[in-house]
Design a protein around this ligand. Sequence first.
Ligand SMILES: *Cc1c(COP(=O)(O)O)cnc(C)c1O
Length: 460
Amino acid sequence: MRYYSTRNKNEFVNFTIAALTGLAPDGGLFIPEEIPLYPANVRSSLGSMDFTDIAFETVKPYVQDIIPNNALSDIVQSAFTFNAPLIPAADRYCLELFHGPTAAFKDFGARFMARAFSYLRRGEDRPLRILVATSGDTGGAVADGFFEVPGIFVTVLYPKGRVTPLQERQIAGLGKNITALAVEGSFDDCQQLVKAALADEGGVLKTNDQKRPALSSANSINISRLIPQAVYYSAAAGRAFSGNIDSDEEATPRIKGSPYPSEIKKGLITLCVPSGNFGNLTAGLYAMKMGAPIKQFIAATNINKTFPDYLNSGEYLTRTSQVTISNAMDVGAPSNFERIAAHFTLDEMRRIILGVSVNDDETKETILRIHKEAGYFLDPHSAVGWKGVDKLLTENKIDKSDVFGILSTAHPAKFSEVVEPLVGLPPVPFSLASAMERTVNAKTIPAEVPALIETLYENK
Ligand SMILES: *Cc1c(COP(=O)(O)O)cnc(C)c1O
């Protein structure tokens, strides 16, 4: 498979270059030359295949010329050691994407990416340093994914005082090859610093010096984080289509003893994706184009509704982000928009994707109501998705008789500051409880390029 930048259709790179460089040199995002179709036999068995087999079949066409089958098989087996169950709750499904080590869906992309990077860099002596800016969830997933991977160092930049205590421990509690920098500034400042360092402003980092680590980034602009996220869409859609539904009552955050819905629908599913930077939705669009049985998508945002507004007006107007209780989606200029727009025209987008925006009061009200009515705990991001479906149903924009699935993007205990005062907490997963025990070890730096560079030198 060849990849090109969203800003230049005439030059191609292979998967290795696309993954290891992250952002294209012209500032665009790498996309595959074409979106491959599942072979017919795979497509018809999505509802019964093992998750790792679906992962193998989904990723294979994107990396075939670079990663041989046996290596790819090892990568997906070791990356996806947890499931993505499709759980019935009230009148719809929740696709629970929070059973990985940092309890948010970003584990899928980050764990695949870490293992793919190790493979792509095999035999390479020069170390690699990955810089990642985070508003909270990405940093923890990337740190966890790359923890103790030989030859790779990770520096996570997060806005000091603006991540939750749990997120800070996930980012700054691991040590070893993971360095945490608490930046005196906002998420945008962190992202600016990373971009400046990657561009090696003024050449001070001498990124061509073979004795120093090469630099790369791991934000969701990286295509190697996005492709593996298509896997759970295909798995879930296949199961909803064939009626092969999980009932993992132990793992699911429900009130003990609350009943499963008696009638479970099957058919073509409409999936609602709580969205911020739109990496997750882009992966869903890839799964649909590959042939997964998906009817439609709903892009649910909080009040940062750049994309829903675009679908309405046809005009793409980015703005500065506003703070909400679903803070992983506080994005005013979603970077993956550029990818979606490269693959689809506005008319196509309008046919495939419905946009909806949900405010904080509606989000809280939904967490309360679903806990009461279905005994199910939603985190604030998943609650935005749930309410998004409700609003579109009320407006008659979608059909009540359809099959709906919400992507549950984080475990409710991950956002305990919001969830606990409203409805209490379900049992906290072991990985979160043990992360809370870690000691934060971060270096505070001002939001200035020289401070970052100095730290990168200290760390060798
Ligand atoms: C990152 C994140 C999102 C938003 O995903 P995008 O791919 O950026 O649209 C939603 N929910 C949670 C919990 C997240 O961590």
